[in-house]
Design a protein around this ligand. Structure first.
Ligand code: IPM
Ligand code: MG
Length: 368
């Protein structure tokens, strides 16, 4: 049988730096566990634009459709701010999500014990936190038509459309209920049914899928603004949160800070099962390309490393190896190894991106 395949799209900014650490770990699995991946690499985002004049070449898109999963670093940077909207780096990522139909975006927010003191919230609020945001990823206001900047009379109008079909809501709701069944069996659905019709439909469909297919799961509904407030007030009340594309974008950044740093949060974007029964998938850190620190060896590679752990679990059925890698990260944090984002202003010298990767590899060695 062919080796499992991975397409690496490291992208822009800190993307290549954090991905270099994942490549070390892929090398470790090959050398020490006999788990060999066929790894290919290509361009996405600004670097793809620089070479091809498009943030995602058709050949890259075609490759992404063929591999077992895609690992993505980050896209974007100030250099590309003034590009036409249609070729902005982010369009490359959004095209991957849309054409691979990756409708279910899992964004776990877990607070490692070693970092509980570091969160901007009180320790008792975040210690032991373990929640998952399931964000709808291929529809809503990110993709709805009509969209654009138009002229009406003597002024311009910017238009985006929030649009959700019943089936789009139903499939991401199922994904959230399935996730809850493997965890603490609780789903909170967030929308703005008080002001948006799409929110009213969202609430109805989630409730219907629950009543028909998942009556054993505890379901609640919250307005997304109140949800943001509750996430800061007492996040441990949640287990799985399911929400739309835009609210999920905002709520997952907020949830990230509960864990201490945006540099800690991995994500999995999953679609329908492929011929091998595993979902079509793309894994990426929640953080962006961080152009302000790019190329300086300061970035925290943990979000990207933990994204690879999610790939081991969801794309390769290697749950035990995923746990091994997550525990290696936990060990390194417990030992006090810290990149700059995980430190207060006066708490010592941070390690570099690559030293953090080396420490994780050493912890993997120690796990054998
Ligand atoms: C994210 C990012 C993306 C989004 C950008 C880079 C297009 O913020 O994955 O959360 O808005 O979805
Ligand atoms: Mg975001």
């Amino acid at each position: 049988m062919a080796n499992p395949s991975i397409l690496i799209l490291a992208g822009d900014g800190i993307g290549p730096e954090v991905m270099a650490e994942v490549k070390k770990i892929i090398g470790w699995y090959d050398a020490k566990r006999g788990i060999t991946f066929d790894v290919s690499e290509d361009l996405v985002g600004g670097c793809a634009y620089d070479k091809h004049g498009t943030p995602l070449h058709d050949d890259t898109m075609a490759k992404a459709q063929e591999v077992d999963c895609v690992l993505l670093g980050a896209v974007g940077g100030p250099k590309y701010d003034n590009l036409d909207f249609s070729v902005k780096p982010e369009r490359g990522l959004l095209r991957l999500r849309k054409e691979m139909d990756l409708y279910s975006n899992l964004r776990p927010a877990q607070c490692f014990d070693a970092l509980a003191d570091f969160s901007s919230l009180k320790k008792e609020v975040v210690a032991g936190l373990d929640i998952v945001i399931v964000r709808e990823l291929t529809s809503g206001v990110y993709f709805g038509e009509p969209r654009g900047i138009f002229t009406e009379g003597n002024e311009r109008v910017g238009i985006n459309t929030q649009r959700y079909t019943e089936s789009e809501i139903a499939r991401v709701a199922r994904s959230a209920f399935e996730m809850a069944r493997r965890r603490n069996n609780k789903v909170c659905s967030m929308e703005k049914a008080n002001v948006m019709e799409s929110g009213i439909l969202w609430r109805q469909v989630v409730q219907e899928i629950h009543d028909k297919e998942y009556p054993d799961v505890e379901l609640s509904h919250m307005y997304a603004d109140a949800g943001a407030m509750q996430l800061c007030r007492w996040p441990k009340q949640f287990d799985v949160i399911v929400t739309d594309n835009l609210f999920g974008d905002l709520l997952s950044d907020a949830a990230a800070m509960l864990t201490g740093s945006l540099g800690m949060l991995p994500s999995a974007s999953l679609g329908a099962p492929m011929a091998n029964g595993r979902p079509k998938a793309l894994y990426e850190p929640v953080h962006g390309s961080a152009p302000d620190i790019a190329g300086q060896g300061k970035a925290n590679p943990i979000a990207c490393v933990l994204s690879f752990a999610m790939a081991l679990r969801y794309s390769f059925d290697l749950g035990d190896e995923a746990t091994r890698l997550e525990q290696a990260v936990e060990k390194v944090l417990a030992e006090g190894v810290r990149t700059a984002d995980l430190m207060g202003p006066e708490s010592g010298t941070p390690v570099s991106t690559s030293a953090m990767g080396d420490a994780i590899v050493a912890a993997l060695d120690a796990s054998l």
